[in-house]
Ligand binder design. Sequence first.
Ligand code: G6P
Length: 614
Amino acid sequence: MCGIVGYIGVKSNPLEVVIEGLKQLEYRGYDSAGVAFIEDSKFRIYKEVGKISNLEAKVKNIDFSKVSNLAIGHTRWATHGGVTVPNAHPHISNSGEIILVHNGVIENYSVLKEMLVRKGYYFYSQTDTEVIVNLIEEHIKEDNTFEDAVILSVKELSGTFGLVISYLKEPDKLIAVRKGSPIVVGVGDNESIIASDINAIVKHTKNVIYLEDGEIAIVRKDDIKTKDFAGEDVKKDVFVVDWEIESLNKGNYPHYMLKEIFEQPVAIENCIRGRLLEDEGAVKLGGIAKLENYIHKIRKFVFIGCGTAYYAGMVGKYVMENIGGILTEVDYASEFRYRNPMVSPRDVVVAVSQSGETMDTLEALREAKRKGSITMGIVNVVGSTIAREAGMGIYIHAGPEIGVASTKAFTNMMVAIIMLSVFVGRRKRLGIFEGREIVSNLKKIPELVEYTLNTTNKITNDIAKEFYKSRNFLYLGRHYNYPIALEGALKLKEISYIHAEGYPAAEMKHGPIALIDENMPVVVIATKGSIYSKIISNIQEVKARGGKVISIVNEDDKEISKISDYVVTVPNTIEVLSPIINVIPLQLLAYHIATIKGLDVDKPRNLAKSVTVE
Ligand code: G6P
């Protein structure tokens, strides 16, 4: 959750690289931040509570002429210890010679702390991290080299950790360690940058090395050596990242979230490019070609994910069963991994994740592998841990997503899942004509999404002005659009702090109907489809109890428009693709409500974009 950055190289101001990198990672956690560098043969540390900009203001007048060629930094999302300056990273050892930043959780820190206290160490913070830095110091005192002291220490730790460590006596290197928390090393020209994800690196180099669990990297400006925790050398491949730096800026948009909402047509275009075979009514997905070998043996699909990715998986259940013709389950990754799931070598477990680093999803994937299942990933970040460990997968190609509330990654996850279902369906029960219908309509989706963005932006803003003071919202949808009701409610909760619930429209009468009165806005996804007439009855039930109905309908709709208080029209498409269109006005509605309330939509309170702790 925390973001870490380390720089070693020839730049005259290494802090600039680190602060810039921390800003790119701020979405990982943002309750406090800190940096350290060497000046006059001493570590200098600056820490601030709040956003990186607070820290930046504090360091802007430093005279960098006397400053070292290395710096490390951290943006924190508190786990152990409150949000205070002493708890912010970097943490320094008692002698002042070792310093480090940490992402993760050390589970056995209290035992280690007691041991170190007995040896005379003093602790200045309540964090688990301070234990690591003093443990390394203790091993150095025992006459081990810096590298060996790090290896000995990390072997004593249980839990998860991504670390960047600096030792005053060896300023020509930084050591990075990974167990459970991601670490990437950028290989630059006479400079190396270590970070918890590539966003902090791509401005400087697109060549990166991903550390695996149980590996350390000894990083110099012009040399990177990797080893395992046994001290054996490990040879690593250098990946080339294809993200453009411009996509990491807000451009002319006030928020990343709005930019990412408006990027959806291009993102979907990138997701489908080269993958649709119109004549054959089929799709080409190179990353899952080997699935062909098992296709007639597959018993079921299981989509696993967290948050928004889970809802994309839920759409997957409807789509895969309908057009793939295979039994499909969907599970929260955090539940799947601990409930002894019934999966076998004939089942395909699909890990859905924007970041490819979410700890619960990663561990659920590993559990599925242990049970011998076929596994695959539907992932955005190329080279991320889930992408590497899944065995096969579909990259969704949404480009970097910075806003904490996921938007373009969600739509692209749905697009990838629909393509996966066509891939499976065309080898099973889906005929060429049905396949062609889906594929040709999918091709038109970027244009329809563009149109929807342009036609629903103002109306959702007007509706937001009416309802931003509401304390509760209900979202109703059915079938393919039930998960969209859940996602709409989640977006609103995440960024506007309004309580919202998503419900299958027909279930409303079994409980939530009791909540409906004139103060309850009810958003109903009511586009044309197999259960359109049933939705009309559900709306009547809301109206009869005084609820305010905001309907998402097709442009040629007559009936629902008449009985709704507010109507948002969206273009027609085939039913299986309707969730991709219908989620757009719900994203915009949540965005407008949050901005009218003056909230920081890109960094909602208490949330982190990439949850790499359990
Ligand atoms: C966090 C984020 C959500 C995201 C979820 C899964 O909770 O705040 O927006 O949907 O993690 O993230 P992933 O990277 O696995 O898709």
